[in-house]
Design a protein around this ligand. Structure first.
Ligand code: NDP
Ligand code: ZN
Length: 353
């Protein structure tokens, strides 16, 4: 079968021909429909994130997938059922986080990640997975279901944010999303029904498709070159919730300035090392005296995927049509991995229902 993989020593992906996987006991075999590409795939290509499966000199990419069950192989799944796989797998055997159904809370080094860290991804004509890591989705999500995984990360991040404010009367009215990449835009759309006013920060000139989406969601576009995060509260209004999806490390600390008293900032970006100066004393004081919370959130698991399905169902069609901007065949892999401001979510399509 054809797979999109990166070989040892290479920094760009290619189509390789490998044997189709055979499902073990408890695993189902899926025919792949679509796999989304995101920033993490580029980090895997660069070699800055994750690593190859042990003993292999290539890694199959892809962690945002939709497949159709080809062979249930004795599991409870039915042939023809559409599924989205979760990403984390236990390393040899299991560990306590997997046993209690919270692998997203496992510390680095205690899990494998399909397509990212130590395990092959889903960018191939077929993939196998234990049935317990497959989330059934409706047939109507054949094209958009690749968004369930990124959206599940937001479900988890918002769940942790809201939990941190659940011990007092907190009714967030305003949200600031930092970043107009796919994660930021999906989150902005998901927050539409939660807050009264929302803002989304980018660093692009008009005309730009992401700014159009922000404005069509009736949110306000904030250009960080004109209004840095540190000035956001003065220029606009303090935000009850800040969701960071830029990976720009200064934003982690500037978030404290943008927050309203009692607000919560949740960080999702994954920056490289960067040393810079901050007024730590002031930020510490503000966090304490204004009861602010700052937390990090990564990955997600089954419950978040289930909830992300409901969120996906609520997103308007126009938004879904405009967020998935490019669909390529596996043979067009070079084009698929080209960047560009006109691209939001790029997808590789192996097949259709
Ligand atoms: P992208 O890289 O596609 O999006 C980041 C966006 O932030 C880009 O649109 C970029 O603008 C914008 N941006 C970066 N720096 C600035 C700045 N200084 N001012 C204004 N805008 C800025 O990534 P994704 O949307 O896929 O993901 C966002 C982040 O979240 C990444 O760091 C990713 O690694 C991480 N991530 C974390 C997950 C988790 O579970 N914690 C899950 C998935 C992703 P431009 O395009 O114009 O450069
Ligand atoms: Zn992703």
């Amino acid at each position: 079968m054809r797979a999109v993989a990166v070989k040892a020593g290479a920094s760009s992906p290619e189509v390789v021909e490998i044997d189709a996987p055979e499902p073990d006991d408890g695993e189902a075999l899926m025919r792949t429909l679509r796999v989304g590409i995101d920033g993490t795939d580029f980090e895997v290509l660069k070699g800055t994130h994750g690593g190859f499966p042990e003993g292999d000199d290539y890694q199959i990419l892809g962690h945002e997938a939709v497949g159709v069950v080809e062979d249930p192989n004795g599991t409870d799944l039915e042939e023809g059922q559409l599924v989205v796989p979760t990403i984390r797998r236990p390393p040899a055997g299991s560990n306590e986080y997997f046993e209690r159904g919270e692998p997203d809370m496992a510390p680095p080094g205690t899990y494998l990640e399909r397509g990212i860290d130590g395990a092959h991804g889903f960018m191939s004509e077929y993939f196998t997975s234990p049935a317990e890591y497959l989330v059934p989705i409706p047939a109507a999500f054949a094209e958009t279901g690749i968004l369930v995984e990124p959206m599940s990360n937001t479900v988890k991040a918002l769940e942790h944010s809201f939990s941190s404010r659940s011990v007092f009367d907190w009714n967030p009215e305003t949200a600031l999303v930092l970043g107009n990449g796919p994660l930021g835009l999906l989150t902005l759309a998901m927050l539409d029904s939660t807050v009264e006013r929302s803002y989304c920060l980018g660093r692009r000139d008009r005309p730009d498709p992401t700014i159009d989406i922000i404005e069509d969601l009736e949110a306000t576009y904030v250009d960080s070159r004109e209004t840095p995060v540190t000035e956001f509260a003065d220029v606009h209004e303090p935000a009850d919730l800040v969701y960071e999806a830029t990976g720009y490390a200064k934003h982690a600390y500037e978030t404290v300035d943008a927050l309203a008293p009692n607000g919560v900032g949740v960080l999702l970006g994954i920056p490289d090392d960067w040393t810079f100066e901050i007024d730590g004393g002031r930020l510490h004081r503000e966090l304490v005296l204004e009861n602010k919370a700052l937390l990090g959130s990564v990955n997600s698991h089954l419950r978040h995927f289930e909830s992300a399905k409901e969120s996906l169902d609520r997103l308007p069609d126009w938004f879904l049509d405009r967020i998935i901007t490019d669909v390529f065949t596996p043979e067009e892999v070079d084009q698929a991995f080209e960047g560009g401001d006109d691209r939001i979510k790029t997808v590789i399509e192996f097949g259709t229902r």
